[in-house]
Design a protein around this ligand. Structure first.
Ligand code: RFL
Ligand code: PHB
Length: 396
């Protein structure tokens, strides 16, 4: 078997890359370890930046998103018992975010790929990367029947997430890793209830962070800061509601609407970057190369930004023989990655309680929140990062 670009992983990065390459007449094969049902049912991100929305639309996979997604022009920071609105659209010249679940983006991309005739192979096993520093890098894998295949490629895109096989295929002497693990996690729930708020609420409280997000007019997505080693069994429904009501309480009469909780999960929080994001003919994209804590809603959006640069660089190579963009892929992608890393770390640090923090630290956090919600300059800084810097400004 032979292809132009071998893509490992059918997450947002791998599937969108395949779509962008297809639109530019470049062949690819996507290999995925899980089944279609599994990838289409995994609950993760919910917030799409303006640039992500625009790119999905331009790529012909935005039709359902435009119909079902919810455009939000503002976001709320809640502390001291009051809500403070950041007017995203007004502060960024009309940019906004779209709330549309990651698994819906996945469903749209899988459908587009299969309608085009693939190839998208589910349920593969034991993927290994061979000969990366030669002109014929190869992917070896087992199909669902156990037969071994070798796929010769011009290039390989490692889009297999944080726990995949691509990043470790870069020799450790070449790889530099930057990491930070946070001393807390998020407890996430899905609830059958109408929305209690028109815009997302990021709440800071002395008992910890809470986030009120949404999925649809019938389903709400809520998170609260928890211990990193917490388990869903530690959190009966009554404890969850008590904690959410306490952290979101205020003197303004606003109250969260309760409903049937039908999904619970604990999410670890870490920041991570590998440099460089390329080695020989392997290019990493998305969570395979970097992780952000979810507070800034950047992970999926960064995966999209990476593959946008990668698809442009591959197109420049195939259409005009220039490999200079490919050679600079890592450098270009990393500029946007580090901006998002900083923003996600900053939002996380401002909004969570740290177990070892002093009253001094708590006062600093409150002062920062007052500044961000009180100063137009500071609010603009949050707003332009949250809706996503235009691709060209971050040069990626
Ligand atoms: P993914 O989505 O992990 O996909 C990788 C795919 O590769 C497959 N795979 C392999 N395939 C073949 N061979 C192997 N050896 C393989 N190993 C793995 C996996 O099965 C999988 O299908 O990575 P990708 O494409 O880079 O996408 C990244 C995003 O999924 C991630 O950054 C976001 O979900 C992060 N995130 C958020 N991002 C946002 O932009 N906005 C948000 O609002 C947001 N909220 C979130 C989030 C992540 C969360 N969790 C659960 C970590 C909220 C949460 C709770
Ligand atoms: C979500 O809706 O899942 C979500 C929203 C905002 C975040 C993270 C997750 O910052």
């Amino acid at each position: 078997m032979r292809t132009q670009v071998g893509i490992i992983g059918a997450g947002p990065a791998g599937l969108l890359l395949a779509q962008l390459l297809h639109l530019r007449g470049i062949e690819s094969v996507v290999l995925e370890t899980r089944t279609r049902e599994e990838i289409e049912a995994t609950i993760r991100a919910g917030v799409l930046e303006q640039g992500t929305v625009d790119l999905l639309e331009e790529s012909g996979v935005g039709e359902r998103m435009r119909r079902e997604g919810l455009v939000h022009e503002g976001v709320i920071l809640r502390f001291g018992g009051r809500s403070h609105r950041i007017d995203l659209a007004e502060l960024t010249g009309g940019r906004s975010i779209m709330v549309y679940a990651q698994h819906e983006v996945i469903r749209d991309l899988v459908k587009a790929r299969l309608d085009q005739g693939g190839p998208l192979l589910f349920g593969v096993k034991d993927v290994s990367l061979l000969d990366l520093d030669t002109s014929l890098p190869t992917l070896r894998f087992h199909d669902t029947e156990g037969a071994v295949h070798e796929l010769g490629c011009d290039y390989i895109a490692g889009c297999d997430g944080f726990h995949g096989v691509s990043r470790p295929a870069i020799p450790s002497r070449v790889r530099k890793e930057y990491a930070r693990v946070y001393p807390f996690g998020w407890f996430g729930i899905l609830v059958e209830a109408p929305p209690a708020t028109e815009e997302l609420i990021y709440a800071y409280h002395e008992r910890g962070f809470a986030l009120v997000s949404t999925r649809s007019p019938q389903i709400q997505r809520l998170y609260l800061q928890c211990n990193p080693d917490d388990e869903t069994g530690h959190w009966p429904d009554t404890r969850i509601w008590e904690e959410l009501h306490t952290r979101l309480a205020g003197g303004d009469g606003w109250r969260l609407t309760e409903g049937r909780i039908f999904q619970k999960s604990v999410i670890a929080m870490r920041s991570f970057v590998v440099e460089p994001m390329q080695y020989g003919r392997l290019f990493l994209a998305g969570d395979a190369a970097h992780i952000v804590p979810p507070t800034g809603a950047k992970g999926l959006n960064l995966a999209v930004a990476d593959v946008r640069v990668l698809a442009q660089s591959l197109a420049a190579f195939y259409h005009s023989g220039h490999s200079n963009l490919l050679e600079r892929y890592s450098e270009t992608a990393l500029r946007r990655v580090w901006r998002a890393e900083h923003f996600s770390w900053w939002m996380t640090s401002m909004l969570h309680r740290f177990h070892d923090e002093s009253p001094f630290h708590h006062r600093l956090q409150l002062s920062q929140l007052q500044y961000v919600t009180g100063s137009r300059a500071a609010a603009t800084m949050l707003a332009e990062n949250y809706v996503g810097l235009p691709f060209d400004e971050a040069r990626g």
